[in-house]
Design a protein around this ligand. Structure first.
Ligand SMILES: Nc1nc2c([nH]c(=O)n2[C@@H]2O[C@H](COP(=O)(O)OP(=O)(O)OP(=O)(O)O)[C@@H](O)[C@H]2O)c(=O)[nH]1
Ligand SMILES: [Mg+2]
Length: 128
């Protein structure tokens, strides 16, 4: 079964907000862009707003679709719907105790992300 996931590229001043996935999670120990699974029949942008409120405590005011990537991890098949979050209120935090960091887009290559994120990281880096 393909799991639909909404993911936010939270951008501010040439930096992007990343979080460390808990060791117990799928792809644990790797960095991620915050987000999570879409509920049944939930639109991806609605799921994005809900997940970023839950995980980072922010309210998405504006976002735009960036790219959609399907990836087969073997144990899980995911469709990641990436959005650029271009406006938000609140200060992003790790509401679920996750380690968080604002990193320069140029420094993203120094962080280990799940395999499905590789083209996204490349695209972001070539954008700037
Ligand atoms: N949030 C997020 N998930 C990602 C990224 N890249 C990636 O492959 N995934 C995969 O997307 C899937 C779902 O994401 P998630 O674990 O955040 O879902 P969730 O917040 O609903 O978590 P939960 O199952 O603990 O309730 C996971 O299998 C995860 O490995 C990413 O950059 N951000
Ligand atoms: Mg999540």
């Amino acid at each position: 079964m393909l799991i639909k996931v909404a993911v936010g590229l939270i951008l501010r001043d040439e930096q992007v907000f990343i979080a460390l996935r808990h060791a117990s999670q799928h792809q644990g120990g790797l960095w991620e862009f915050p987000g999570g699974k879409c509920e049944a029949s939930e639109a991806a942008d609605v799921a994005l707003a809900r997940e970023l409120q839950e995980e980072c405590g922010i309210q998405v005011e504006a976002c735009e679709h960036f790219d959609t990537i399907a990836h087969d991890y073997g144990d899980k098949q995911v469709e990641l719907i990436f959005f650029k979050v271009t406006d938000f209120t609140g200060e992003p935090s790790g509401s679920e105790g996750q380690e968080i960091r604002w990193v320069s887009i140029t420094e993203l290559a120094d962080y280990d992300f799940p395999e499905a994120n590789v083209p996204i990281v490349k695209a972001l880096m070539s954008d700037c």
